[in-house]
Design a protein around this ligand. Structure first.
Ligand code: FRU
Length: 463
């Protein structure tokens, strides 16, 4: 009923953040925070999957287990560096509070090396590579999630934390990948809603340096200049995705062999509310490609996703007055919709996961008055147990038109707005027949609409 068919998720049990996502020796690798014994958070391992195209995934054995004999209870998030002689996995090691090793004050940074092309990882004997005391007197808490990258003069790591009540990203340096030293606070800012800055990513894109953080709410980014001494001077900021714990969180990004900055985030289950779905929790988002433009980051779905398109229904230059039903139905679809703002009177709605009676539906609408895209989940699930928080973002345009690219997959919904903004969230249509696709408007003209039935990634072969 709710299990997606073209998004990555483990066969069973709990998953949260993507970790160490990378391109290595001809394959994409996705690791993830995983509880292999329960469909709830806890006992955190690193799960692993590989893919030739970043779309079709194959499950691999668990990559990282907590070392109980060393007082470790969880292997928290991190990254993998594949630019050295061997792949090195960096993560945050968490132990028991009684041992002074809890996530709030006692986290440590550890690493593990692979000698067999990432089939397995061996923890380094020199762990921990960094401790919370190693900060020249700065008092940190919630210090975690190493993101490692290479520059001409060596290796760098960014960690997230809370410093003096602010979210902070801290920078470290290593000449050899194993001996690390704290350099400076890379950036910090008040945490308005969240607890701390989690899962930082730091990379160069186009002419800019970009810092992404997850502040227990919508992931945000800062972009700006990087000075020769690696000082980061922010010039602008933005929101990466607009649903926070009701959708996309803790993204991890990497550069692939084609030079693309690809990002995957955790599609959380916060919106499930009281709804009981036994056996699994957590889905990874579709991979998106980030580019840096004059108005900040742009996000587009990975082009390879088009290989999942099956049967297609297309319409061009038509008008909508009242409710209009597409011929295609389904719970795993991609829908593209192109229109001009001026051609819409008041609002244009795209209704998905809609049953024939109108009891259940999820409504994505363009509202002219506010100039925003809205997702209304009030009637997404007839039991009323799931989140109905309204989500929205400013409408963006491409070549003078609004271009929506909407992906639905049983309980996931990702709305790309003209290749700029994204709203990703979860909805749980409860009726088997909540498969309809409708447009609704008092009066609107639509330039293009395409509805594709999407294939199951676990059944389709990769070319
Ligand atoms: C983000 C996060 C990370 C942490 C991990 C634990 O969702 O809280 O900061 O490493 O999850 O599973």
């Amino acid at each position: 009923m709710y299990r997606p068919i073209y998004h990555f998720l483990p066969e069973k049990n709990w998953m949260n953040d993507p970790n160490g996502v990378c391109w290595f020796q001809g394959q994409y690798h996705l690791f993830y925070q995983h509880n292999p014994t329960k469909d709830d958070w806890g006992n955190i391992h690193w799960g692993h999957a590989v893919s030739e195209d970043c779309v079709h995934w194959r499950h691999m054995p668990i990559a990282l287990y907590p070392s109980h004999e060393l007082g470790e209870l969880h292997c928290f998030s991190g990254s993998i560096s594949v630019e050295g002689e061997l792949p090195v996995l960096y993560y945050t090691s968490i132990g028991a509070k009684e041992d002074g090793r809890d996530g709030r004050f006692g986290s440590q940074q550890w690493c593990a090396v692979s000698h067999d092309g990432m089939e397995s990882f061996q923890k380094w004997e020199g762990n921990p590579i960094l401790k919370i005391e190693d900060h020249d007197g700065l008092i940190l808490r919630e210090w975690r999630d190493p993101y490692v990258f290479k520059r001409e003069d060596g290796w760098y790591m960014v960690l997230g934390s809370v410093l003096e009540g602010k979210g902070a990203a801290l920078l470290y340096y290593s000449p050899d990948q194993f001996t690390w030293k704290f350099q400076r606070v890379l950036h910090s800012a008040p945490i308005e809603k969240g607890r701390s800055w989690e899962c930082p990513n730091y990379f160069k894109l186009g002419e800019k340096a970009v810092l992404v953080v997850s502040p227990s709410d919508c992931p945000i980014y800062f972009y700006g200049r990087e000075e020769a001494n690696h000082e980061f001077i922010p010039e602008g900021e933005g929101i990466l995705d607009y649903s926070g714990f009701d959708g996309f969180y803790a993204p991890n990004s990497f550069e692939d062999n084609k030079g693309r900055r690809i990002m995957i985030g955790w599609l959380t289950e916060g919106a499930r509310g009281e709804l009981q779905i036994p056996g699994w929790k957590g889905v990874q988002s579709l991979p998106r490609v980030l580019t840096m433009e004059s108005d900040g980051l742009h996000s587009n779905p990975l082009p390879e996703l088009s290989s999942l398109r099956g049967a297609c229904e297309k319409h061009e230059n038509f008008s909508v007055q009242g409710l209009w039903k597409a011929g295609t139905e389904g719970k795993a679809l991609e829908i593209q919709l192109v229109f001009e703002k001026a051609a819409v009177k008041d609002k244009l709605q795209l209704q998905v996961f809609a049953d024939p009676s109108g009891e259940e539906k999820t409504v994505i609408s363009f509202e002219k008055e506010t100039d925003r895209i809205l997702i209304d989940r009030t009637n997404s699930n007839r039991t009323g147990k799931t989140s109905s928080k309204e989500l929205s973002c400013a409408v963006a345009e491409k070549d003078g038109k609004v271009c929506l690219d909407v992906f639905l997959d049983y309980s996931t919904l990702e709305v790309f707005v003209s290749g700029k903004e994204v709203i990703s969230t979860r909805v749980y249509p409860d009726r088997e027949d909540s498969c309809g696709v409708y447009l609704n408007a008092v009066e609107a003209s639509v330039d293009k609409m395409a509805v594709y039935v999407m294939e199951n990634i676990w059944e389709t072969a990769v070319d």
